[in-house]
Write a protein that binds this ligand. Structure first.
Ligand code: SAM
Length: 226
């Protein structure tokens, strides 16, 4: 299931996490936050804002309907956001509203060939790597690294089966029968902080922290481009 072929099609409707910056979450975000065990506003304030400057050039993987993209845009008034997604997200993100400061690229693979080398100060994703298996995550991290400026940071949420076990599969809304199925038949493939850190290091990143500890069900890795 979370093969690249499944992922290319699955989110055609445009996944939405609501307004991640509002102090009071809307109903959708409220429900997601209960499932994940954390506040999206807190995730953004601690996991993205410290790495953004007004003129940052940011790359985001898998924006969907752009919940996190809009929060990023608010924090880079003189910068630029480039998004890559299997879907054509322009219908939801409306790049025409941002005076050439947003570029939305529809991709078909994990090559990152559509973006120039050494161009980004920050690389962000949320709700994306948790659906990609470790082989694809390794490919993503390896191919994204040359696109970053030296010393640039990256922050990515990913699935962590060890935290999920602690938090609870039912509470985390991941079917427990996935435990008996291979990764290519489930939409929440196996991963944990040790495997993720090893994958990132093998791809050439400095692992600053395998998990920022911002949500209870999943992990959020902080990386730096050497
Ligand atoms: C669950 S949605 C999350 C959307 C948004 N980030 C959020 O949190 O609201 C995952 C999005 O990532 C995209 N996606 C998943 N894996 C991808 C990959 N390897 N390359 C490009 N886009 C990907 C999907 O098409 C989808 O739009």
């Amino acid at each position: 299931m979370p093969t690249i072929n499944w992922l290319r099609k699955e989110f055609y409707y445009g996944y939405d996490s609501g307004d991640v910056l509002s102090v009071i979450p809307n109903w959708r975000r409220f429900n997601e936050e209960r499932i994940i065990g954390g506040s999206y506003r807190n995730v953004f304030l601690k996991g993205a804002v410290p790495y953004l400057k007004p003129d940052s050039k940011v790359m985001e993987l898998g924006p969907g309907r752009g919940s996190w993209s809009r929060a990023i845009m608010q924090n880079i008034p003189n910068g630029k956001l480039t998004t890559l997604d299997f879907q054509d997200v322009r219908q939801w993100l409306h790049p025409e509203r941002y005076n050439m400061r947003m570029d939305n690229i529809q991709v078909t693979d994990n090559s990152f060939s559509a973006v120039p080398d050494h161009s980004f100060d920050f690389f962000w994703s949320f709700g994306v790597l948790c659906h990609n298996n470790l082989t694809d995550i390794k490919e993503i991290l390896k191919n994204a690294l040359p696109k970053m400026k030296k010393g640039a940071y990256a922050v990515h949420m990913y699935g962590d089966w060890e935290k999920l076990e602690q938090w609870g599969w039912k509470k985390g809304k991941v079917p427990a029968e996935f435990k008996n199925k291979p990764d290519d038949e489930i939409w929440w493939p196996r991963n944990n902080s040790k495997e993720m850190a090893a994958a990132a290091a093998a791809a050439g990143w400095d692992v600053v922290s395998p998990d920022l500890g911002l949500v209870k069900r999943d992990s959020i890795i902080l990386l730096r481009a050497k």
